[in-house]
Write a protein that binds this ligand. Structure first.
Ligand SMILES: Cc1cc2nc3c(=O)[nH]c(=O)nc-3n(C[C@H](O)[C@H](O)[C@H](O)COP(=O)(O)OP(=O)(O)OC[C@H]3O[C@@H](n4cnc5c(N)ncnc54)[C@H](O)[C@@H]3O)c2cc1C
Length: 345
């Protein structure tokens, strides 16, 4: 029997770009996920593990292998007494729905990560972060299938190699299939202390204040909406993969060459993090930059957006133009945040 041609991956990505995979399978349980990925690995066929498709850029030609849609569900709560508890979530659970549940149940620590698209299995990949929180702050362990050694492995948080928008899972592409994420939460209706100046200003509270988590969530959603960082099918500014470039982390010498008015935050070991958005704007690429079907968001310089009729080739051309423009102006080569599938910058 001839299998029907799968739909283009554009239908499964927030950029709404990308051609079809050779095969597409949807798997809704852990054993099935391991079996499917292991079988493809044994056959030497490429595998694309796909959650919500909000951090991938898929080539127009599609993916020459099997796309495995992770759809396993389930949340398990273990109360350890004394106010602490762990919660293990299956990779196919929606991330923002999980945040809502955490806030409703009084599980503290992920309220600032409200409104980030995608599924729970992907959050450890790039250690998602926003508004002063990162998932690494709340993760206790990550349960995986190690495709290299064909066995299941649980990594304690300290062994996950978490860093700014990275982890051991992202550093070793095609090795770790994430089967579950265990969070360790303190209980309470108040948020973790506010750590992000823009959010604190919006809430009219000093840094370090704890406020009702639901209030913090509302403020975060508000801020995100204003930047086109909340998915909205009617708003092309949200047809993106979020921030396209990460904030560069510079050694002391490179940081010394930055203009004095460039933003800078300490990043450990004498290193300095600066703002990719600032560099992009100062290199002549303002909000809404571009005339074609892929442009910078009109609300946020860091998002490359599909205005409806774009292609991945258009997106990559704009990304190159910006990367090369920033390199020419500041000598800093920006790195892409989303994972490129069959595509190169
Ligand atoms: C509008 C918008 C706003 C965003 N804002 C933020 C933000 O504030 N902060 C932030 O950090 N990110 C942000 N992102 C990026 C993105 O939402 C996150 O990285 C998210 O965690 C990706 O989840 P996903 O399920 O969509 O992953 P996908 O895009 O499906 O996959 C991303 C990568 O993870 C791999 N992967 C997915 N699931 C698994 C699994 N179970 N096992 C192994 N590998 C897996 C994929 O193979 C791929 O390499 C934003 C994106 C958009 C579109």
């Amino acid at each position: 029997m001839v299998e029907p041609t799968p739909p283009p991956l554009a239908e499964l990505t927030t950029l709404r770009l990308g051609g079809p995979p050779k095969r597409l399978v949807e798997v809704d349980d852990e054993a099935g996920l391991v079996a499917e990925v292991a079988a493809r690995d044994r056959a030497g066929e490429p595998v694309l593990v796909l959650g919500g498709g909000s951090n991938v850029v898929v080539a127009d030609g599609g993916f020459d292998g099997t796309a495995v849609l992770v759809r396993s569900r389930g949340v398990q709560v273990a109360d350890h007494g004394g106010g602490g508890l762990t919660v293990t979530v299956a990779p196919g659970e929606d991330w923002d729905a999980f945040v809502v549940r955490a806030i409703d149940e009084g599980w503290r620590g992920v309220e600032c990560l409200s409104g980030i698209p995608g599924l729970c299995g992907a959050v450890p990949m790039q250690n998602v972060g926003a508004y002063g929180q990162e998932v690494a702050d709340s993760i206790a362990s990550v349960h995986t299938y190690d495709r290299k050694h064909q066995r299941q492995v649980t990594y304690a948080a300290g062994d996950c190699g978490f860093g700014y928008r990275t982890s051991r899972f992202k550093r070793e592409p095609d090795r770790h299939l994430i089967l579950g994420v265990t969070f360790q939460f303190a209980r309470g209706d108040l948020s973790a202390p506010l750590a992000y100046a823009e959010l604190a200003r919006r809430l009219d509270a000093p840094i370090g204040t704890r406020l009702p988590s639901a209030e913090v969530r509302a403020a975060v959603l508000d801020l995100r909406r204003g930047k086109g960082m909340l998915l909205d099918p009617a708003d092309h500014d949200t047809w993106s993969a979020g921030s396209f470039f990460t904030n560069p982390i510079l050694d002391a010498t490179a940081a010394g060459r930055l203009p004095t008015d460039a933003p800078r935050w300490p990043a450990g070991d004498d290193r300095v993090k600066t703002s990719a958005a600032w560099l992009i704007e100062r290199s002549g690429f303002g909000k809404g930059y571009g005339t074609g079907p892929v442009r910078l968001s009109t609300k946020h310089t860091l998002a490359l957006t599909n205005r409806g009729a774009g292609t991945t080739a258009d997106l990559l051309a704009l990304a190159r133009e910006i990367r090369d423009g920033v390199a020419a102006r500041f000598g800093i080569v920006l790195e892409n945040e989303p994972v490129l599938v069959g595509a190169e910058l």
